[in-house]
Design a protein around this ligand. Structure first.
Ligand code: IFM
Length: 473
């Protein structure tokens, strides 16, 4: 199958997907909703983080974002025009429980109720993510994900959302990318809460998994919908064939992937922890008997977010600069590659690594449920051309390459049920603020005008082509 496309070539042949394969678009609450202080929403750790000088590019925040809270009908109409089978959104915990505990705020649930009904009326299957990083600040003040109690609160929150939406939402995702919460949030410090805490980051990873398992059990009792978790497993490649770089890649594999995949889908913790963490996890008091059973509660699908490969080299010395040092030092570093294009995020574009990741996951975790690609896409330096349109040829080429790579994985026997593009809209890209645009629809943040890009039309045509041949989801 042809996996290459030259930039600008939007007519190259579409990849083929099996009957029943579904297509969607994804977003997340804090990145698009705005309305940060409306209808009883409580503060989240991202509100706090954004308010701290120097944390987010341009000093921006999700206070207004894409104003989706008020414009969701327009956004559902865009989804409808795209022809997607499904829309993946996230529910903001601080809208549902402003302090992360206690009775739900009905106005918060009402918003998701309206959104779900709007989607269903448009013939679009809602897929709800329960946690896409916006922890209620009140829970952070009580220890956040460092403490077991937050896992229990998360399960209660899941129950409230499922009680209201469970009759109409057939696809549920507990967590989005726990790697980012645990390590980008608590070891690198580039996401909220923005700390560098060493062992606490490992406790966070564990409590996230525990919360996922507890929430899965509550969802099972409350809804008939499919339940999964979204991870961002990385395709890690050693910079050279040297034993040192290979060993560094093994450690990175544990940090990025195995810390989540092994407990979820193999029933144990990684067997190379001592080598990876050094003394950090010598006494993991946060692990209790029976936790692995909860974490391994069977799922209907595993969500995979994939963007780029990471090249790893051995880095034997701890970074002496406290400003850049991470609190979990696995003696490995990411290296730049000169041989490929990079997106506006500086991420290398190598679609074949997507195929490799998926085939490798299936081989290493035979007990893994079917996969759903819950995010894939690229940030590009889009401009509005003289004709008033956004001709985002690089994004089209990226999507084309990655969808062909996905089709290649399917052809090799990997069971993938659907694909969500990231993202429907340009939005708040966390510490990068509004500088990075991932949308297939441009958002003018001054006017809130939505402008579909060439990639929107390309994806729309791909979906129509698929449906024309197979009938769709
Ligand atoms: O914008 C994020 C999203 O919130 C989680 N996955 C990666 C995307 C791009 O960085």
């Amino acid at each position: 199958m042809n996996s290459t496309v030259t930039p600008g070539d939007t007519t190259a042949s579409f990849p083929r997907f099996p009957e029943g394969f579904f297509f969607g678009a994804a977003t997340a609450a804090y990145q698009i909703e705005g309305a940060a202080r409306e209808d009883g929403r409580g503060p989240s750790i991202w509100d706090t983080y954004c308010a701290e000088p120097g944390r987010v590019a341009g000093g921006s925040s999700g206070d207004v974002a894409c104003d989706h809270y008020h414009r969701y009908r327009e956004d559902v109409a865009l989804l409808s025009g795209l022809g997607v089978d499904s829309y993946r959104f996230s529910v903001a915990w601080p809208r549902v429980q402003p302090t992360g505990a206690g009775a739900p705020e009905p106005r918060g649930l009402d918003f998701y109720d309206r959104l779900v009904d709007e989607l269903l009326a448009a013939g679009i299957t809602p897929a709800a993510t329960l946690y896409h990083w916006d922890l209620p600040q009140a829970l952070e003040d009580r220890g956040g994900w460092r403490v077991r109690e937050t896992a229990e609160r998360f399960a209660e929150y899941a129950g409230h959302v499922a009680a209201r939406l469970g009759d109409r939402v057939p696809r549920w995702i507990t967590l989005n990318e726990p790697f980012c919460t645990a390590f980008v949030g608590h070891a690198i410090g580039r996401h909220a809460p923005g700390t560098r805490e060493g062992a606490a980051a490992l406790a966070v990873a564990h409590h996230l998994l525990l919360g996922h398992g507890l929430a899965t059990r509550v969802l099972r009792e409350t809804t008939d919908g499919e339940i999964g978790i979204t991870l961002n497993p990385d395709r890690l490649l050693p910079a050279t064939g040297s034993p040192a770089d290979r060993a560094a890649t093994d450690r990175a594999e544990t940090l990025h992937n195995r810390v989540f995949l092994d407990p979820l889908f193999a029933g144990h913790y990684p067997d190379n922890e001592a080598d990876t963490w050094g003394g950090l996890a010598a006494d993991p008091a946060w692990r209790h008997d029976g936790d692995l059973d909860v974490i391994g509660t069977p799922l209907d699908f595993a969500g995979v977010n994939y963007y780029r490969p990471i090249t790893i080299a051995d880095a034997p010395h701890t970074d002496p600069d406290p400003a850049t040092r991470t609190a979990v030092d696995i003696r490995a570093t990411e290296t730049w590659r000169d041989d490929v294009r990079h997106t506006a995020m500086g991420w290398p574009v190598v679609p074949s690594t997507f195929t490799d990741l998926l085939t490798d996951l299936t081989r290493r975790y035979p007990a893994m449920p079917p996969l759903v690609i819950t995010e894939n896409g690229s940030a590009e330096d889009d401009t509005v051309a003289a004709d008033g349109q956004v001709h985002d040829t690089d994004r089209v080429a990226y999507l084309h390459g990655h969808l062909h790579a996905l089709a290649d994985a399917l052809a090799q026997g990997v069971d993938v049920r659907g694909y969500y593009v990231w993202s429907l809209l340009d939005n708040f890209e966390w510490a990068f603020g509004y500088d990075k645009r991932f949308g297939i629809v441009r958002v003018d943040y001054d006017t809130q005008e939505r402008l579909p890009k060439d990639s929107y039309r390309w994806f729309r045509d791909l979906i129509a082509d698929h449906r024309g041949r197979t009938g769709g989801e």
